[in-house]
Every structure is written in structure tokens, then in C-alpha cells.
Design a protein around this ligand. Structure first.
Ligand code: DOR
Ligand code: ZN
Length: 347
């Protein structure tokens, strides 16, 4: 059995770092393992201009642990008043790596998202011209659409028309959760890719709901039935370049997760690599872990591959991790995959 694996240092192409005391508390959990992360812009208020993104990047750099060697890749939150020129300038200076589309109301802090797609046409066309990816939260928000169907309906009614209307637009389907998402991403050619989270490779909706509601497994898009989880595992471990890691690690303090109206998000920054190594081992695909965590995403985003490496070791003793990260904003529960982790990241 393989018990040692060295891979290029991983990147996380979908991460929530928040701000202030929470940022300070959670950032080391990411910089310990990841070389770069695509930082989501859904702060309150959101990161909408290049100037906002620069200021946010500087706040991240100011609290990052010394010698972390970590590069935050910044995103802009697409609104109906986003200025195409501002986006292009941010991209040209290498600050902005993607623009994030949240349909209005889809998730945490998405009230400023897009309602009328005609209003963002000029921005999307400019992005297609310069090759800047649109990273998409792919769920419709129509309350008449069942929450378990929102991704599949989004693909048919929003994403596919949007891509047809904007030839050349490069799109990342974020945190896909369905077999339909896998199939659509796979068929989309070189301008379309999809991120897959750590937790959606582990959870189906029974884990969330059967035998008691488990708020720390509640995230958006919500975990689907088992057949979808299996489609995600097959895609992630397939070696296809259009699938790569975006953890969507999304910290909320316990008081807001264990709540009558609990927040969406699984906090996986701490243990994503050990969990993923186990998933890839279970799938007989350890040799393809590096592509998923460290190669495909950088290639899609046209970034140089990381030069540093990470070694994972399978040990006899399970990894002992804290149940919670204590941040200045409050405790944040670390994702529990439900099985012991034998893969350790070598120091
Ligand atoms: O589970 C989620 N949490 N999904 C999202 O789309 C947003 C995120 C957050 O910001 O908490
Ligand atoms: Zn997210």
C-alpha cells in the first residue's frame, strides 16, 4: 500500500476568509497547507470594485502568518452596476483572478447579486475578451423551485443561455453537487470547468438530515442524494482537467450554525488534505490527487504551477485535530468527515 505521497503544493480555488477577527482566526488553517486560494467576495458590504479587492487583499496579507508564502487570489462580486473598465484594470494588474456571480438571494450575503442578466452583459463581454473567468454560484433562487433541484434548473435556465449569449466567456461552475453539474461541466469544453468541495465528496443528504439535523453539515448548495455524491467522487478522481478543488470552506461561529435559522457553510480548511487523500485512496486514485488539488485549477486560471511540495504520510495512528478553531469572533467547528484520518500532512 502506498503510504507516502508527495504532490505540488495545493491551491484552493474557492475559499471564504471573512474579515476582522474571523479572518485572523481562520487564515492560518488555510496557509498551513495551501499556496494560493481564490478568496470569495461575499463580505458585508461585498467586495465590488478593484479598490475594495486591493484593500481586502491588504487586510489578508497584514494578518497572514509570517513566512506563510501564501498568495490570496482576489475576486469581485458581480452586481448590476459593476463597471467593465474597473474589472479589466483589476485583471490587467494581476489583482483580480475572477468575477463571482451570485444570483440575488442564493446564499450568505448575496443580497447584492444579479437579478437582471441584461444589466451585466457588458461586463461579461469584456471578461470574455480578456479571458477573465466568471465563477458562478449555480443555483436558482425562485422559491417555487425545490432546493434539491436548484442546481439542475440553474444549468438549464440560466447558465446554458448565459454561455450561449457570451461566446468565449470562461466559466467555473463553483461547488457542483449533482450528476447534472458533472455532465454539463464535462461537455463544456476548455472554457468551462467546475470546482468540487471536500465536504460534497463525503456528505449526502442523509448525513445532514437522517437521525437528527446536523447543522455543521448544512451548506449551500445543500448536499444531495447518494447517487450525486458518487458522481462527484468519480469526477474528482477522474483525472479530467476540468475538475479541481475549491473547498468552499466557509466559517461561521457555532452560535450561528447551531441556531433556529442556521448559517450555511462547512469549515474544511483544517482537514481538507487528509480527507481528500482518504477519498482518493478509497477510489484507487491516489496518483490523481495532485491533479485535483494542485494542477488543474492553476492551469484553468492560467497561473504558473506551484513549485513547492507537500508530503502526505499514511500513519497507523489517526490524526488528532481540534474539534473547534477558537477565533476572536467565536468558536468554529471543524468539519467532521465521520471517519478517522490516517493521512497526515508531513511538517
Ligand atoms: O455553504 C455556503 N456557505 N455556501 C455558500 O455559497 C456561501 C458560504 C458562506 O459564505 O457562508
Ligand atoms: Zn462559497
Amino acid at each position: 500500500m502506498t503510504d507516502m505521497l508527495t504532490i505540488a503544493r495545493p491551491d484552493d480555488f474557492h475559499l471564504h476568509l471573512r474579515d476582522g477577527a474571523m479572518l485572523q482566526g481562520v487564515l492560518p488553517e488555510t496557509t498551513r497547507h495551501f499556496a494560493r486560494a481564490l478568496v470569495m467576495p461575499n463580505l458585508l458590504p461585498p467586495v465590488v470594485t478593484t479598490a475594495d479587492a486591493r484593500a481586502y487583499r491588504d487586510r489578508i496579507l497584514a494578518v497572514q502568518p509570517e513566512a506563510a508564502g501564501f498568495t490570496p487570489l482576489m475576486t469581485l462580486y458581480l452586481t448590476e452596476t459593476t463597471d467593465p473598465e474597473d474589472v479589466a484594470l483589476g485583471a490587467a494588474e494581476g489583482l483580480i483572478a475572477a468575477v463571482k456571480l451570485y444570483p440575488a438571494g442564493a446564499t450568505t450575503n448575496s443580497a447584492s447579486g444579479v437579478r437582471n442578466f441584461d444589466a451585466v452583459r457588458a461586463v461579461l463581454e469584456r471578461m470574455a475578451e480578456i479571458g477573465l473567468p466568471l465563477s458562478v454560484h449555480g443555483e436558482v433562487t425562485d422559491p417555487r423551485v425545490d432546493i434539491f433541484d436548484r442546481e439542475a434548473v440553474f444549468i438549464d435556465t440560466v447558465l446554458d443561455p448565459l454561455r450561449s449569449a457570451t461566446p468565449g466567456l470562461r466559466v467555473v461552475m463553483e461547488h457542483i453537487t449533482t450528476a447534472e453539474g458533472v455532465a454539463y461541466a464535462r461537455a463544456g469544453g476548455p472554457d468551462l470547468a467546475a470546482t468540487i468541495t471536500t465536504h460534497h465528496l463525503i456528505l449526502n443528504r442523509n448525513h445532514l438530515l437522517a437521525g437528527g439535523i446536523r447543522p455543521h453539515y448544512y451548506c449551500l448548495p445543500v448536499a444531495k442524494r447518494e447517487s450525486h455524491r458518487l458522481a462527484l467522487r468519480a469526477a474528482a478522481t477522474s483525472g479530467e482537467p476540468g475538475f479541481f478543488l475549491g473547498t468552499d470552506s466557509a466559517p461561521h461561529i457555532d452560535a450561528l450554525k447551531e441556531h433556529a435559522c442556521g448559517c450555511a457553510g462547512c469549515f474544511t480548511a483544517t482537514n481538507s488534505l487528509p480527507v481528500l487523500a482518504q477519498v482518493f485512496e478509497d477510489m484507487g486514485a491516489l496518483a490523481r490527487l495532485e491533479g485535483f488539488t494542485s494542477r488543474h485549477g492553476a492551469a484553468f486560471y492560467r497561473l504558473p504551477p506551484n513549485t513547492g511540495t507537500m508530503t502526505l504520510e499514511r500513519r497507523a495512528n489517526p490524526l488528532q485535530l481540534p474539534e473547534k478553531i477558537l477565533t476572536g469572533a467565536g468558536p468554529v467547528t471543524v468539519f467532521d468527515p465521520g471517519f478517522p484520518l490516517y493521512w497526515h500532512v508531513a511538517p
